[in-house]
Ligand binder design. Structure first.
Ligand code: HGY
Ligand code: MN
Ligand code: MN
Length: 412
């Protein structure tokens, strides 16, 4: 089966009427896709392994005992989202890994490293926060037990959800020499500039603040206005303040949003006693992000006083801005040029598993264009030509990584 045939098959799992997918981490649809992917790997001669947080690895041993170049992304999706985000990178990684094996055999070459493909568990962080969970456990940034004990809004733990889809294993100790990931851009730059391949050269920084607004339940009608400590009123003012933070910065230097909110008791006749919300703040520059968060903290103080509520930041998940390995960017650029594809340096605003892996091994990340720049939406789309162009470049980048290039860049 061709890549496009496989991609069309994979896109049927959790398919939604609007052309997207609903495959949240450890959902039945995620389980279905994982099983299909594991079966595809086994059929193609990969050794399939699963680790304790549900990351799936497909291994091709070309050089007994050698470390592995790892390539992959994630199969889980946001709710009612696109079929390309993550899934494209997992399947392209699998096809690329297979092509490394076949090309080495055809050329009678013995690569320096083995090759493996990975589906990182719960990259999206929609059902279970934080995002990029499986790769964070893999690199030791998030303790396994903490991840397994994390619960979704209905109180189901990661451990139980993975067990419900048979998604846990005991695989450990993969020696990774380098990592590669291809992903849809989820922005407008490649499309706007008519470019086929993005060479990811840097990542924005992000802070995700878990905020709790605490007020007091009271009758929505009878309570005198002067007595009210309405947590939802305080939350509403905070949501506007988060959005208006960007007015103090140059265009596209700060992105902010509040997109997850729970309130109690959520009754039509009782004022909210508590609101929990997730504040997402991102910038290409660390100093601007720090300034924005400092301003927000000040604003929180005045909103709390005005609405007569308490507002607490109870948790912060963050990753810093910074460059990807320059040697990897140059290598990917050489391959895109050799294969005749237009290419340019990109910055990623979204976090990816590569954001984690680049902290521990030489990492190369590629983008392909997103039509209208939209993602986390059923309308997400990348053309077949661009999908195949990305696969073409990924295959040749992966071959060079398996040949040992970037080896000297390994720091750990
Ligand atoms: O959080 C992120 O940016 C990613 O989409 N998980
Ligand atoms: Mn993604
Ligand atoms: Mn995503």
């Amino acid at each position: 089966m061709s890549f496009l045939d496989d991609f069309r098959t994979m896109s049927t799992f959790g398919a939604t009427p609007g052309g997207g997918v609903e495959r949240q981490a450890a959902s039945a649809a995620d389980g279905e896709t994982r099983r299909w992917f594991g079966g595809w790997l086994a059929e193609q001669g990969f050794r399939v392994e699963v680790d304790a947080i549900g990351n799936i690895f497909g291994l091709l041993e070309l050089v007994p005992g050698a470390p592995y170049v790892l390539v992959g992304s994630h199969l889980d999706s946001q709710p009612l989202a696109g079929r390309f985000d993550g899934a494209y990178g997992v399947l392209a990684g699998a096809h690329a890994a297979r092509s490394v094996r076949d090309r080495a055999a055809a050329e009678g070459a013995t690569p320096r490293f083995n090759v493996a493909v990975v589906d990182w568990f719960n990259e999206e962080g929609s059902r279970f926060k934080p995002s990029m969970m499986g790769s964070a456990v893999h690199i030791g940034r998030l303790p396994l037990e903490t991840a397994l004990a994390t619960t979704d809004p209905r109180g189901v733990s990661v451990a139980d959800a993975l067990d419900a889809i048979g998604g846990r294993g005991e695989f450990t100790g993969l020696d990774v020499s380098a990592y590669a990931e291809i992903h849809v851009e989820q922005g407008r730059e490649l499309e706007a500039t008519g470019t086929t391949i993005g060479l990811v050269a840097s990542t924005w920084t992000a802070q995700k603040l878990e905020v709790v607004v605490t007020g007091e339940q009271a009758h929505t009608g009878a309570a005198p206005m002067a007595d009210r400590r309405d947590a939802l009123f305080g939350a509403a003012k905070l949501i506007v303040a988060v959005r208006e933070l960007i007015d103090g910065f140059e265009v596209e230097q700060l992105h902010t949003a509040v997109s997850e909110m729970y309130l109690d008791p959520n009754s039509p006749v009782a004022l909210a006693r508590e609101v929990r919300m997730l504040v997402d703040i991102r910038s290409p520059r660390q100093d601007l992000l720090e300034t924005a968060v400092a301003r927000l903290r000040t604003t929180i103080g005045s909103i709390a006083a005005e609405a007569r509520v308490e507002i607490d930041i109870v948790d912060v998940v963050e990753w810093s801005s910074g460059p990807f390995l320059e040697a990897g960017v140059l290598l990917a650029g050489e391959e895109a040029a050799r294969l005749g594809y237009s290419h340019r340096r990109s910055a990623t605003v979204a976090g990816h598993d590569a954001t984690n892996l680049k902290e521990v091994v030489p990492t190369v990340m590629l983008f392909v264009p997103s039509v209208d720049g939209i993602s986390h939406n059923e309308r997400e789309f990348t053309s077949d030509d661009d999908l195949l162009a990305g696969l073409d470049v990924l295959q040749s980048v992966l071959y060079r990584l398996c040949a040992g290039e970037l080896e000297t860049e390994r720091t750990s």
